[in-house]
Design a protein around this ligand. Structure first.
Ligand SMILES: Nc1nc2c(ncn2[C@@H]2O[C@H](COP(=O)(O)OP(=O)(O)OP(=O)(O)O)[C@@H](O)[C@H]2O)c(=O)[nH]1
Length: 200
């Protein structure tokens, strides 16, 4: 629920990454608190909404969960274009998915919204014994590419809420502060400030 007096931010968020890395599971864990061990692959894309209230802002997420299968790759620009935030997901137990994540980051840097908040998410942290990608490797790549890094598990819920809180906080910080003092145009200005601009 929106807290009286604070900013309301409507933010388009896109989940990208190789098939089977856990994009839908992350979204479902965040939005519904559920995890399905036999989650079906996404066809095309799925859409979720969720609201997060911070002390400084209320963030309304429009979440686009894209399909990781290669045959849907050409649809992805529709979902990442104009996104205020992007989460690129890989699976810590598969180095191939990390390679794919790097390609997604390159694509976002070339064709995506340059001002978006970007997160690199190393999912399936519960599969530690099968780990193929060390945390330092993911962390370094994120740092070099202006992203923040987080290890999550949709299965155990580790860091799932933290991931979206961090994005919400960064989005709230990116908005200019509310004007102070008397300003005859403040109503019009305030209305303009509440939404992230959607041009890529
Ligand atoms: N152990 C473990 N399994 C997970 C985790 N997240 C997802 N899975 C499983 O991994 C499989 C794929 O998960 P999805 O959420 O469908 O992955 P996706 O990235 O949305 O896949 P696509 O729709 O094909 O792009 C499912 O069997 C999930 O139950 C996790 O954190 N840990």
């Amino acid at each position: 629920m929106a807290r009286p007096g604070n900013k309301i931010i409507q933010a388009k968020l896109v989940l990208l990454g190789d098939m089977g890395t856990g994009k839908t599971s992350i979204a479902l864990r965040f939005v519904k608190g559920h995890f399905f061990p036999n989650q079906e692959p996404t066809i095309g894309a799925a859409f979720f909404t969720q609201i997060l209230s911070l002390s400084e802002a209320t963030v309304k997420f429009d979440i686009w969960d894209t399909a990781g299968q290669e045959r849907y790759h050409s649809l992805a620009p529709m979902y990442y274009r104009g996104a205020a935030a992007a989460i690129v997901v890989y699976d810590i137990s598969s180095v191939d998915t990390f390679v794919r994540a790097k390609k997604w980051v390159q694509e976002l840097q070339t064709h995506g919204n340059q001002k978006s908040v970007m997160a690199l998410v190393a999912n399936k942290s519960d599969l530690e014994p099968k780990r193929e990608v060390e945390a330092e490797v993911g962390e370094q790549f994120a740092q070099e590419n202006g992203m923040f890094y987080m290890e999550t598990s949709a299965k155990t819920a580790e860091n799932i809420n933290e991931l979206f809180y961090e994005i919400a906080k960064r989005l709230a910080r990116a908005l200019p502060p509310k004007p102070t003092g008397m300003n005859l145009n403040s109503d019009i200005q305030d209305r303009g400030r509440n939404y992230f601009c959607c041009s890529a």
